[in-house]
Every structure is written in structure tokens, then in C-alpha cells.
Design a protein around this ligand. Structure first.
Ligand SMILES: CC(=O)SCCNC(=O)CCNC(=O)[C@H](O)C(C)(C)COP(=O)(O)OP(=O)(O)OC[C@H]1O[C@@H](n2cnc3c(N)ncnc32)[C@H](O)[C@@H]1OP(=O)(O)O
Ligand SMILES: CC(C)C(=O)C(=O)O
Ligand SMILES: [Mg+2]
Length: 563
């Protein structure tokens, strides 16, 4: 903003609460959760959900484990009303789930809402009126505090009067001093206490006081102070569940909710992935998974985020951004080399430690949780572009293609492959990484090519093997033979006899390839150039472990010649 424009804004007042307790408290248990996807989320969609879409979303919320679900604003529109009727008439509300509806403290709207819930076993009737000075002055045309409090009182009284007309329905009252976030605390308290006094809740039959961070005007610590102050001063505190309802205007919905819980709130309203007015409601997935990541059970099952996202994106026509906490496509993905190195080492060590102790606590650098706990596959964790490192390339070749490269081979393979990504100016797919590995290191046949070979295991002195091989060198076929204490040594000897050995074999590994359609073996051979004192690694892949070794040697010899 330009300085002259900033002058029109004012600092937000803080709360005088020198003995505040919340900063030294920790979250140790989950709150009561209430999804407001079908109301606050829905009311903010360019194209609100149809009845069928709301129904699919409702069933999804039930599967996740929500026991309280705000299903809409039935007095607002026929779709909303009919959705509520559909749930009740088709008996679609699970026994342990309570529906909640929202309604302004206006008589005709409350009456219509009662028509909507007729026949329900239990319903939370959520009434609200705006209370802030801004709304009193602007929305309600300079209404006095008394007039605004009266809206709350009249609304609560009407709900109390109507409740006995639905004897089969247990009515729970919820009151929101809407715009609580910029309401004077003493006035918010006055409105809430008036409603509590009318409803007369008991610890056995509680009511809900929802304190909405309708528009976030200030920092989350002030929100927490406000919640702690209200908790200390509300009438019948033991008969009231204090509920949080944060939005995200300052990008601090999650922080405000977590601090609000530390400040004593009992309940949290929010939506999946933070859909809702403007910057959205609190993202419940975020808060619940934050709790899981500290070892707290929440009663909400977010173990398959990809399938949740698929339904959410289809029915709301919103998208989950790539950087969205826990849910975004890229939030567990490392492109950069140093992160990949640490993650690969973390996973390797974890695999080892788990064998000794299946309960070993989570601890992988850069990953606050195990991505597989939210249904994310490991393949997305490390992706390769020009910023990547050897560890990342080795991880993909191992995890995705089954090639467990010797550690000293990582630098040469890594640098060759991320240089290719740089050259192409793009991320390499898993298949492209395999193709590049094969192109540069595996079964190389130029200029030296092993056409076929035979081994005689009873040749020479005890234990020696004779190798008779047909090779071609720059297109010229030759027959060569040699003796050694194994096939590779015998082949090396054959090359030496033919004047083709200008190297020393310095390392050799092999293993069965655990991925892929064919059962293959992979062998890795390191050669040192006798002339240039340089080292190269080559790889051979073949169904026969013997042939894989010979191919690895030929690949390495070819790489040495290309130096
Ligand atoms: C922060 C939140 O998310 S609050 C929830 C917001 N959600 C929605 O509004 C979605 C559903 N709403 C609707 O469909 C409509 O607004 C309805 C059906 C509820 C009401 O429709 P209408 O009466 O046609 O229009 P509208 O909402 O503009 O009504 C505004 C009037 O209600 C008054 N009003 C607003 N809230 C309240 C309240 N809680 N108690 C009493 N009066 C209220 C306003 O002061 C205004 O009065 P005025 O006409 O004398 O100026
Ligand atoms: C109706 C209330 C709870 C609301 O959605 C808000 O204040 O944000
Ligand atoms: Mg809201």
C-alpha cells in the first residue's frame, strides 16, 4: 500500500488480561468438531451445491467422523429447505450425528426453520445476529446496543417457545454474536448471557455459544485473549460449550483456532480445506492433522485425503491449491537436492530402525508427518528437476524402479540426470529418469559389445572358469578367451589377452531387481582408468545375474573409452 492509503487504517485494540493463562497451555485433546461445509462453505460458492451434491458431501462428512454437521440455512431458499427435508424424510442422518441449521434471529425465518427440522431426532438450532459497532451502525442503521441485544433475546425466546411444538426432536440452542471478532467484549458477553439466561442450559443439557472470528481483524493472540475472557465471564460456564468459528482474512485461521482451544474453547467449526466466505473458513483438516502430528486422536479420519479431495473438488467446483497444508499436491514433495538427500537418508534409517522397533517415533527431515498416513504415495515425495541432487535420483531409481545403486555411484548418476533436467528445462517423470539412467549407464554396447559367451567351469586350475566370448569392437567381430576365478575375472582376462584392457576393476555389486515386470538382475561395476586415473561406473541389467555382471563391465569399459 502507498503510505497515504495506509493512513486510513487503525490499530486493533488489545485485551487487558494480564493474568492470561492460554500461552502456557497445550492442546492435549480434540474438541467437538462441527462441519459448516454445507452452510458457510456452500453460501460462499459461486454455484452453490445442488441437493444431490450436498447429499454426497453430507455422507462424506459422516464417513470422516463428524458428529455435528451444519446442513444449511433452510429458511434461505427452497433447495436448502428441501435438502433438510430429504435428510429427515429419507432417514439419512446416522444415529450419532446431529444436524445443525443456521438462521437469523428473525421470526419468520425461525418459524420456517422449525418446519424444516420437523421429524429430526435431534437438531442444533443456530441463531445469530450481528453485534459489532460497525454492523450496529451500518447494517442495522445506528441501532442501539439494547436493540441489538433484544434481537438475540427475542430469537432465543422464540426458539424456546417453538421447541415444545416438536416433541420428538431434541432441540439444542446455539447462539452466535456474529462479528464477535470486532464486538466490544462486554457487549458480546451481555448478549450471550441474556441468551443463556433465557435458555437455562444445564451441564446435562448444554447449549452452545459460538464466538465467531467472522472477519479476522487482528492477531490470533488477541482472539485467544477474547476467548479466555469470555470463558471466565459467561454465565453457567459448565452448561455451555464455547465454540470457535474462525475465518482466515489475515491468513491465521488455524493459529487463531489453536490458540482459542488453548484459551478454553470446547468446540470448533470449520470446513474441509477451508472453503468459505472470502479467504475461507478454518480448514478443519489442517487443525485435525496438526493434532494427529502431535499424537492426539481427533475422531476424524483423514487417512485418504486424495479421495476426499476428489469429491470436494467435484461437488464444490473449488480446487485445493498445490501448497495447501497436508492436502496440496506439492506439500510432501522435495525437488531440491539437500532436502532429497535428508529425506532419503531419513527413510533409509527409518526402514532399518523399524525392523528393530516397530514403535519407533516418526522422524524424517522435512516431513512433519508420514505422507502415507493421509493416503499419499511415496512416489510424489521426491521429484527431479535441475535443483535436485544425487540422493533424490537414487531414491527414485530405488523406490520406483528397484535399482539400489552403490553409494559411490550416486554422484555420477545424479549429476548426469539433473543436468538433463536442466538441459530440457523441465521436471523429469519417473519413466524419463529410468530411460535416462539406461541411456547413460546401462547395457552400453558402443564401441565394445558382448555378442555372446560361453563359460567352462572346469577349465584351468581348481575353481577357475574359462570364458569364450564373441565381441565386437567398433563393428569388428572378434573371438576372445580368458581364465579367471569367476566369469567377470575370466572376461577381464580375455579382454586383456586381446589387448583391450586399459582399466582396473575396483568395485562390483549386484542384486535382484525388485520392481518391473521381468525378474531381472542388476550389476554395477566400477573401473579405474590406468591411463587417466579416473573412475567410472557402468550397469548391466539382464535376467541372468552372470550376464548382468558382464554387461556392467562392458558398459563401464565403454564409458571409460568415452572419457
Ligand atoms: C457471517 C455469516 O456467514 S452470516 C450467514 C449469512 N448467510 C446468508 O445470508 C445466506 C442465506 N441468506 C439469505 O438467503 C437471505 O439473506 C435471507 C433469506 C436470510 C434473508 O433474506 P432477505 O430478508 O431477503 O434479505 P437480507 O438478508 O438482505 O435482509 C437484511 C435485513 O435483515 C436484517 N437482519 C440481518 N440479520 C438479522 C438478524 N440476525 N436479526 C434480525 N434482523 C437481521 C438486516 O438489518 C436487514 O434489515 P433491513 O431490511 O431493515 O435493512
Ligand atoms: C453465522 C456465523 C457463525 C458466521 O458464519 C460467522 O460469523 O462467520
Ligand atoms: Mg462464518
Amino acid at each position: 500500500m502507498k503510505p497515504e492509503n495506509i493512513k486510513k487504517y487503525r490499530a486493533f485494540p488489545t485485551v487487558d488480561l494480564p493474568d492470561r493463562q492460554w500461552p502456557s497451555r497445550a492442546i492435549v485433546e480434540a474438541p467437538i468438531w462441527c462441519s459448516v461445509d454445507l452452510r458457510d462453505g456452500n453460501q460462499a460458492l459461486p454455484q452453490p451445491m445442488s441437493i444431490e451434491e450436498k447429499l454426497e458431501f453430507f455422507q462424506l462428512l459422516c464417513r470422516v467422523g463428524f458428529k455435528q454437521i451444519e446442513i444449511g440455512f433452510p429458511s434461505a431458499a427452497d433447495t436448502e429447505f428441501n435438502f433438510c427435508r430429504r435428510l429427515i424424510e429419507d432417514d439419512l442422518i446416522p444415529e450419532d450425528v446431529t444436524i445443525q441449521l443456521l438462521v437469523q434471529t428473525r421470526e419468520h425465518l425461525i418459524c420456517r426453520s422449525f418446519d424444516a427440522i420437523r421429524g429430526a431426532k435431534r437438531a442444533i438450532v443456530h441463531i445469530y445476529n450481528s453485534t459489532s459497532p460497525l454492523q450496529r451502525r451500518i447494517t442495522f442503521g445506528d441501532a442501539s446496543r439494547e436493540e441489538i441485544k433484544q434481537l438475540a433475546v427475542d430469537g432465543a425466546q422464540l426458539v424456546k417457545d417453538l421447541a415444545p411444538t416438536l416433541p420428538e426432536t431434541e432441540i439444542v440452542l446455539q447462539y452466535s454474536p456474529e462479528s464477535f471478532s470486532d464486538t466490544e467484549l462486554d457487549f458480546a458477553l451481555e448478549c450471550c448471557n441474556s441468551v443463556i439466561d433465557i435458555w437455562e442450559p444445564t451441564p446435562e443439557k448444554k447449549m452452545i455459544i459460538n464466538l465467531p472470528d467472522t472477519v479476522q481483524w487482528t492477531t490470533p493472540n488477541v482472539h485467544a485473549d477474547m476467548i479466555e475472557w469470555m470463558g471466565r465471564n459467561l454465565n453457567r460456564r459448565d452448561a455451555v460449550d464455547i465454540s470457535l468459528h474462525t475465518h482466515n482474512d489475515r491468513g491465521t485461521g488455524t493459529a487463531a483456532t489453536e490458540m482459542g482451544l488453548m484459551a478454553g474453547a470446547d468446540r470448533v467449526e470449520g470446513t474441509l480445506f477451508g472453503n468459505g466466505e472470502r479467504t475461507g473458513n478454518l480448514d478443519i483438516v489442517n487443525v485435525a492433522l496438526n493434532m494427529n502430528s502431535h499424537g492426539i486422536e481427533t475422531g476424524l479420519d483423514f487417512s485418504d485425503l486424495p479421495s476426499l479431495i476428489a469429491v470436494y473438488e467435484r461437488v464444490t467446483r473449488m480446487t485445493v491449491s498445490e501448497r495447501h497444508p497436508y492436502a496440496g499436491q506439492l506439500v510432501f514433495t522435495a525437488f531440491s537436492g539437500s532436502h532429497q538427500d535428508a529425506i532419503k537418508k531419513g527413510f533409509d534409517l527409518r526402514r532399518k530402525e523399524l525392523k528393530e522397533n516397530p514403535e519407533v517415533p516418526w522422524g524424517v527431515p522435512y516431513l512433519t508427518i508420514d505422507p502415507s498416513d493421509t493416503g499419499r504415495s511415496y512416489e510424489a515425495i521426491i521429484r527431479i528437476n535441475s535443483q535436485s541432487g544425487k540422493g533424490g535420483v537414487a531414491y527414485i531409481l530405488d523406490r520406483e524402479h528397484g535399482f539400489d545403486l552403490p553409494k559411490s555411484m550416486h554422484p555420477v548418476v545424479g549429476s548426469r540426470i539433473y543436468a538433463l533436467a536442466d538441459e530440457l528445462g523441465k521436471e523429469l517423470s519417473i519413466q524419463e529418469i529410468r530411460d535416462a539412467f539406461f541411456q547413460f549407464f546401462v547395457n552400453l554396447q558402443e564401441p565394445l559389445c558382448l555378442l555372446d559367451y560361453e563359460l567352462d567351469h572346469h577349465a584351468g586350475q581348481a575353481g577357475e572358469v574359462a570364458c569364450h566370448a564373441n565381441i565386437s569392437v567398433e563393428g569388428q567381430e572378434r573371438k576372445i578367451e580368458g581364465l579367471g576365478n569367476g566369469p567377470i575375472n575370466a572376461f577381464v582376462h580375455a579382454l586383456e589377452q586381446a589387448g583391450l584392457k586399459d582399466f582396473t576393476l575396483t568395485d562390483y555389486r549386484s542384486h535382484a531387481v525388485s520392481k518391473g515386470s521381468d525378474a531381472d538382475s542388476a550389476a554395477y561395476i566400477q573401473l579405474r582408468s590406468e591411463e587417466h586415473d579416473s573412475l567410472v561406473w557402468g550397469c548391466g541389467v539382464d535376467p541372468s545375474i552372470e550376464m548382468a555382471g558382464l554387461k556392467a563391465l562392458v558398459s563401464a569399459a565403454n564409458l571409460l573409452r568415452a572419457k
